[in-house]
Design a protein around this ligand. Sequence first.
Ligand SMILES: Cc1cc2nc3c(=O)[nH]c(=O)nc-3n(C[C@H](O)[C@H](O)[C@H](O)COP(=O)(O)OP(=O)(O)OC[C@H]3O[C@@H](n4cnc5c(N)ncnc54)[C@H](O)[C@@H]3O)c2cc1C
Length: 399
Amino acid sequence: MPTVTTVVVGAGHSGLAMSRHLAARSIDHVVLERGEVAHSWRTQRWDSLRLLTPNWMTRLPGWAYQGDDPDGYLAASDVAELVVGYAAASSAPVVTGTTVTAVRPGGKGFEVDTDQGRWNARTVVLAAGATRGHVPAVARRLPGLFSITALQYRNPDQLPDGGVLVVGASASGVQIAAELQASGRPVTVAVGEHVRVPRRYRGRDILWWLDTLGILDERFDEVDDVVRARNLPSLQLIAGSRTLDLNSLQSSGVRLVGRFAGVRDGMAQFSGGLANVCALADLKLGRLLDTIDEQAGERGERPDPTLVKEHALGLSLRSGELRSIVWATGFRPDFSWVDVPVFDHRGRLLHDGGFTRWPGLYVLGLPLLRRRRSTYLDGARCDAADLAAHLTESLKEAS
Ligand SMILES: Cc1cc2nc3c(=O)[nH]c(=O)nc-3n(C[C@H](O)[C@H](O)[C@H](O)COP(=O)(O)OP(=O)(O)OC[C@H]3O[C@@H](n4cnc5c(N)ncnc54)[C@H](O)[C@@H]3O)c2cc1C
């Protein structure tokens, strides 16, 4: 049975950033990956997806974007290529085609079971990504419509002709809705809580402002309600110079309804609170832009308030008007194979900035893990450095 100081689970950018820091500290380790390096970027992204973060924000330990388009946005295939190149350049000890099926306390630390055999490790870093599209429990009662999550969506050809309901109006929801509408399908978007931002403000990318104002560096232990903040929807953005919001979607013919509330008597039901969620998103947008203006000196041009028309509270799932549903309702990690008591009663992994309460077990690559930047590829540099430092100290104390 192979023994190693640290097992890193997952060869996405987070696991590889961790590997780089462990190597720099001469900690022997292995990165176990169920597929190929950058598996999620190869298999769980739609064809047209480009990062919503600009190229200059694509930084990894010892690596930064050096191309001639720092303000451009990488395609998913470019990200896969980048991560593969990074693994090779780092000589990361990746073992591909190896699915971790259980992590449990044992030996001098942990037993890590895989479909290729067992490893023993003193410490384990979970860098397994958010690989499961979240579908609300009410969806299980839907009659036979074609139904997929945003992680399963590839392109419009996958869906039958006819009307589509996209549930969710964050980055994935608005991007997929725009693409489906452009394909000629009538699209309805069910809008819940969302975070509205303009792509550009005062001549700069919105992420430039968030970076420059230090907002992305706000730490998890400085945020008022970190549990809520970690569950906030992604910024409503698309790559490029245009702003994709509920106003532009409506201009292209997309219909809005309120939050998806459930199914009754063959009818999808929607909340009547569409105006409220849009007003709240507009209010928060205004506050963010006020903060930018305070720093920049004068008031910039503000986006129009979200236009909310009268909207349906129910749609028949049997009339044929709707043929498919895309659940763009968020992504969740799958830690069902982690057999260590580090979960709350709802099955959510408990951690304090990536340190679980079980000594030697760490997690990486989750939203707002240690700072707001953690939500993005760019966050792995600092997060992995912090975790590697803690891990090294704990090994010294234990020996
Ligand atoms: C739709 C979408 C859009 C995104 N857009 C952006 C963006 O615009 N900008 C940005 O900065 N970031 C973006 N992100 C990326 C996000 O920042 C990363 O997904 C997140 O940080 C996690 O990265 P990771 O390396 O931890 O996980 P992943 O890249 O998901 O890698 C995890 C790896 O672990 C492997 N794995 C999982 N379970 C096991 C197991 N049991 N055994 C072995 N291997 C396992 C997987 O195969 C995968 O290769 C996006 C993500 C998604 C889903």
